[in-house]
Structures are given as structure tokens and as C-alpha cells.
Design a protein around this ligand. Sequence first.
Ligand code: OAD
Length: 251
Amino acid sequence: MSTLSPDVIQRIRSAKNILFLTGAGISSESGIPTFRGEGGYWKTFKAEELATPEAFENHPDVVWEWYDWRRGICLDAKPNEGHLTIAKWQSLSPSINLITQNVDGLHSRAGSKNLLEIHGNIFRARCTSCREKFSLGEDGINQPGLKFCPVCESLLRPDIVWFGEGYDNKLLTKAWELSKVAHIVFVIGTSANVSVPANLALTAIRNGALGIEINPETTTLTPSMQVHFGGKSGEVLPEIFKEVFPDTKRN
Ligand code: OAD
């Protein structure tokens, strides 16, 4: 189904550094609503209205309730063929890297290594005062709604980068480095509405990487890509993998 040209297949095979850049779309086949799609609403709120420092300042209880709900969905979800194919691909070489905007933890549950979660992780909280980090869930802090720091008793917040907030410098520096040296960049399941991830993809392309986008829709990045697959990542990625490595077993 994927049908890459022989030239592109050859470029992928001979590429040393491959970068996968993923967004919410890769997890939609696992049942996790995307941010800007139909499921991006909770009660009457849009996801973009809740994932902000202002929303947390004004209504920390509502924001925590929303994240508790999303965390439950993430916990029940299973990695799909898209996540699993990237993990399998990464197991072939240490220079295949993955940068995700997703906070759902599904890439690491699929077995991905060399993973940068640039927007944080929904299974972690950090203290608004001492910045100490804690796991959430059965093995960590588990009460619903507002949560407090066991060290200093201040309010905890989700360990997630919200709209209008800066990124973790160390993670971002590493992400820029990876995008500059990539020979191939796969851009998967992102609307490219957030500027940092979109610019990571563009940086790779400006530095000579071949860009392959997998998304049922076109995005602002599509014109910069050499290849666009208008399909679901859980279907397209295994096909690409099969074409590039016809002799490698999937599992
Ligand atoms: P969006 O919800 O903006 O975009 C999801 C993209 O996935 C859309 O372009 C869809 O067309 C595409 N898509 C849907 N199903 C797909 C499938 N099965 N296979 C491939 N693509 C599919 O999500 P992001 O671009 O990830 O930030 O959003 C970026 C950031 O905005 C998120 O990380 C989040 C949000 O605010 C934080 O939470 C910090």
C-alpha cells in the first residue's frame, strides 16, 4: 500500500541518522483523542483552553480533573502498530531517534529507546514550589483531583509543557542536535500547529534530510516534504517498514 519509490527506499536504507517526530495522531488508533480533532473536547472545554498556566492558576481542580481523565484513557490504551513499528525500527540501530509531542507514554510502552518526550509525561507531576517530580498512579500519587507535594505540601501540577510555557532546555538542545544531523525525518500524526516541533522538522529538511509525512490530512509542513502518505500511521508505517526491510520479521 505505501509504495515508496526505489530511490526513496534506497535513501532510507543508506541513511545513518533517522529521526521520527510524532504527534497526537499516532496515538489516535489507540483510542486517545487528538487535541484539535473531534475528541479534543472535555465537557465544554477545548483541550487548548485547559492546557495553559492561566487555566491552572484559575481552576487547578478542573485542570487536574481533566488530566486525571486523560491519564485514565492513556492507562487503558495499548501501543498500536505505529508505535510498535518505530520501536522495532529503533532496535536495528542506535542512531534512530524519536522525538514525541505526546505525553501518553505509549512510545516507551511499545519499547522505544532514544526517546525525547518534549512536552512531558502525563504520568508525572511536579511541585509548583520546589519543582520535585513524582510519579502518578498506583505506584505513586494516586488521589483524584488536586494533589500536593509530599515534601513541601505545595500544590503539584502535571509535568507537562503548556501553551505559552518554555521547554526543558536540555531536552530541546538535544532535539535541535538530532534534527540537524538527520538524513531522514518522518513527521507523523501532527498538525504542526505548535511552532517548536514544526521547526524541528523544517530544520532537518533545511539541513538536507528527506522528509516523509504520514497524516490523513495535509498540514503546513506538507509542501516541505518530499513524500506525503495520506493514511493512518498504524497502517502506513508497517507497510513502509516491510518495503524497506523485506527480510526482517515484524516481531
Ligand atoms: P493535533 O491534535 O493538533 O493534530 C493531530 C494530527 O494527527 C492531525 O493533523 C490529524 O490529521 C493527524 N491524525 C489523526 N489520526 C491519525 C492517524 N491515525 N495517523 C496519522 N495521523 C493522524 O496534535 P499535535 O500536532 O500532536 O501539547 O498537537 C501538538 C501539541 O498541541 C500537543 O502535544 C499538545 C497540544 O497542545 C501539549 O499538551 C503540551
